[in-house]
Ligand binder design. Structure first.
Ligand code: ADE
Length: 248
């Protein structure tokens, strides 16, 4: 079976807007239940049907709904909606920004494709729950795609914080993380419920094991990272569309 329907989950508007505009995708206000803040943009690109979903703004604080809760819910609802109209996604791509580990060769602006995702802030020291908390999930294999777009490959580790504490450092190392974000593990968890193959495309805005304060570096590089995502994503879409999963 070749890939013709692709769902792309992006948390922040600044990350999604250039890509949505570039492909001329149109808002679909009836896609999500009206109670949710989520947004959907849909359209065709070559022979592929694309749906981009974003997490919308928090109605109280008027900032993007980042983090695992909105990410898992928006992804689940999007996959359920596509399933209910017999338009099941063949592939789910989680696109966004991330922190990169220089010890794993990450540099600002690099594009990483995920090999697996895991959590670094779910510490539950009860037998069986330890591994559940880490929740490592393999991404679909995309080595040919990585070669084609000259992207790096690695594990993405997720938590609900932009910064990290000493204990997180230990778990990020244990997870063998190349990059760190706030959504990937939650999105993969929802995708697994539908049996939808998934992987992440992550652009590095800041160096986690560097000297600069994360928030400064992140804000400094968010615009250029969104541009780099806008350049990388169409290449990703063009590569995956009409291919079989084992060709990725
Ligand atoms: N997104 C971009 N940079 C990040 C970081 N350092 N941690 C989590 N999410 C990020």
């Amino acid at each position: 079976m070749v890939i013709t329907r692709v769902l792309i989950a992006i948390a922040m508007e600044a990350e999604s807007a250039p890509f949505v505009a570039h492909l001329g995708l149109q808002p679909d206000p009836s896609f999500f239940p009206p109670q949710t803040p989520f947004n959907a943009f849909r359209g065709k690109h070559n022979s592929c049907e694309l749906t981009v979903v974003t997490n919308g703004k928090c109605s109280v604080h008027e900032v993007d709904n980042v983090g695992t809760v909105p990410a898992a819910l928006a992804t689940f609802l999007a996959l359920q909606k596509l399933n209910s109209t017999s338009e099941d996604a063949d592939l789910l791509i989680n696109a966004g920004t991330c922190g990169g580990f220089k010890r794993k060769g990450a540099e600002i602006g690099d594009v990483f494709l995920t090999t697996a995702v895991a959590n670094h802030d779910r510490r539950i020291q009860i037998p069986g729950f330890v591994e559940y908390g880490i929740g490592k999930i393999s991404s679909t294999s995309v080595e040919n795609l990585a070669n084609h777009i000259d992207a790096k490959l690695g594990v993405c580790t997720t938590s609900n914080s932009l910064d990290f504490h000493e204990v997180d450092s230990h778990h990020m190392l244990e997870n063998d993380a190349s990059v760190k974000d706030m959504e990937a593990a939650a999105i993969a968890w929802s995708a697994e419920m539908f049996g939808t193959p998934h992987f992440g495309v992550k652009v590095v805005t800041d160096i986690v094991d560097g000297d600069k304060p994360t928030q400064e570096e992140f804000l400094e590089n968010l615009g250029s990272a969104a541009k780099s995502l806008q350049e990388a994503l169409p290449k990703v879409i063009e590569f995956v569309c009409d291919k079989k999963h084992d060709e990725l």
